[in-house]
Design a protein around this ligand. Structure first.
Ligand SMILES: Nc1nc2c(c(=O)[nH]1)N[C@H]1C(S)=C(S)[C@@H](COP(=O)(O)OP(=O)(O)OC[C@H]3O[C@@H](n4cnc5c(N)ncnc54)[C@H](O)[C@@H]3O)O[C@H]1N2
Ligand code: MOO
Length: 383
């Protein structure tokens, strides 16, 4: 799926607009941090070899300022956190360990233990020209701070994918509407919109489309004009009213694959329609959620230029048993409590109650024997 499309075009955006995206090229430091040796504490700038004093206080260095001359032997300067350490000083005596009487200062506590104590050296964080953020690395809040500190007000990133959501099914009504007979609220649209709201993308909800070949085909053609990704739910399986595949073909799409040996999620399909990638997700709410987690999220990360778009599994210990698997890999919903994996009751593909209680998916390979309490399993976080 990832090979079907390349990261979207690059744009230069403000730091805050870059959050949640990925660096489109290596971000280099435009300045050295710290640019001068800075104090890490409030106290006095001293020469280490002169402990325990006494020293004569000759002035003050505050953040944003500095002392206007070097310290001579026997001299010290009052200094504050973030202030430049004057020439001639090589350590900071914190004020809790100092006694001052007018201009006379002596050490009353243990004092610094080595030359350089509480002095942040020039370039201790990074030097001008250093690679701060690698191409394809996530621009999380820490990276944004690093870029700002490195002298950047804007960053090169890939454009946000535009994602269209289409819910198919004659049985669906908008959430909150009456549900007489076999009608039911369309929950997949809001679920996908919620999942996407945490990602750097622009979402357009195209609403509910009836189980009608022409209607679905038209909805595809319209969505393809303005979307990088089209996500559908429902109508993906083999029933007479499952029309997403024929509608895609009628719209001129190239089908890349249909059906994956996974449970839930078996009927998932991937296609190309014009410049858009189509993800046909199953209608069952849990199947739609699991396939959105395993396919849609990585696809968005890939289009945003992530160097590492796939979810990363980690190991956990089972607190409850899991049955043998069949021909499909399985992704049972579980809750991690005190470091142990509790599989949830109600693993049906339509069981939203268990899904909402889950914070992890267990990854179970196909043809696996039953997994017993205490056994190690692979986990994917839903956070
Ligand atoms: N004979 C077979 N039948 C089925 C197979 C199969 O291989 N052979 N696969 C099953 C599997 S696995 C799944 S998963 C489902 C997926 O079916 P569809 O993608 O065609 O989904 P629908 O039939 O349209 O709906 C399934 C289910 O989900 C409800 N639904 C649909 N959309 C929504 C929505 N937006 N919000 C809430 N609920 C929704 C729908 O009412 C159905 O109950 O097929 C199996 N069948
Ligand atoms: O794949 Mo379906 O998602 O087993 O219910």
């Amino acid at each position: 799926m990832l090979a079907l499309a390349s990261p979207l075009p690059v744009e230069q955006v403000s730091l805050i607009e870059a959050v949640g995206r990925y660096a489109a090229e290596p971000i280099l430091a435009r300045r050295t941090q710290p640019a001068l040796p800075l104090s890490a504490m409030d106290g006095y700038a001293i020469r280490f070899a002169e402990r325990p004093g006494p020293w004569t206080v000759i002035g003050e260095s505050a953040a944003g300022g500095g002392l206007n001359r070097a310290l001579a032997p026997g001299e010290t300067a009052r200094i504050f956190t973030g202030a430049p350490v004057p020439e001639g000083a090589d350590a900071i005596l914190i004020q809790e360990e100092a006694t001052r009487d007018g201009d006379r200062l002596t050490m009353s506590g243990e004092g610094p233990k080595a030359v350089g104590e509480f002095v942040r050296p020039v370039g201790g964080d990074f030097a001008e020209g250093a690679a701060l953020i690698a191409a394809g690395a996530p621009l999380n809040p820490a990276a944004i701070a690093l870029a700002a500190s490195g002298g950047h007000a804007t960053l090169p990133v890939h454009r946000r994918p535009r994602v269209a959501i289409l819910s198919t099914g004659d049985e669906l009504v908008a959430p909150g509407e009456p549900t007489p007979g076999s009608l039911l609220p369309a929950s997949n649209g809001p679920m996908l919109a919620a999942l996407l709201s945490a990602l750097a993308c622009a979402v357009a909800d195209h609403g509910i489309v009836r189980d009608d070949l022409a209607a679905i085909r038209e909805a595809f053609a319209k969505a393809a004009e303005t979307s990088d990704i089209i996500v559908t739910t429902g109508g993906a399986s083999v029933g007479d009213h499952d029309l997403v595949l024929p509608a895609l073909k009628a719209a001129g799409a190239t089908i890349d694959f249909w059906k994956v040996a996974m449970k839930p999620g078996k009927p998932v399909m991937i296609a190309r329609l014009g410049n858009a990638i189509v993800l046909g997700l199953p209608g069952n709410p849990v199947s739609a959620f699991v396939t959105a987690t395993l396919f849609l999220k990585p696809l968005i990360a890939h289009l945003l230029g992530s160097a590492d778009p796939l979810p990363r599994a980690f190991a956990g210990t089972l607190a409850g048993p899991l049955p043998a698997t069949g021909v499909r890999a399985e992704y049972p919903r579980a809750r991690l409590i005190d470091g142990r994996v509790h599989p949830l009751i109600g693993q049906d593909s339509a069981g939203l109650s268990a899904l909402a209680a889950a914070d992890h998916l267990v990854v179970r390979p196909a043809h696996a024997p039953p997994a017993l309490v205490g056994e190690q399993v692979e986990l994917l976080s839903l956070a």
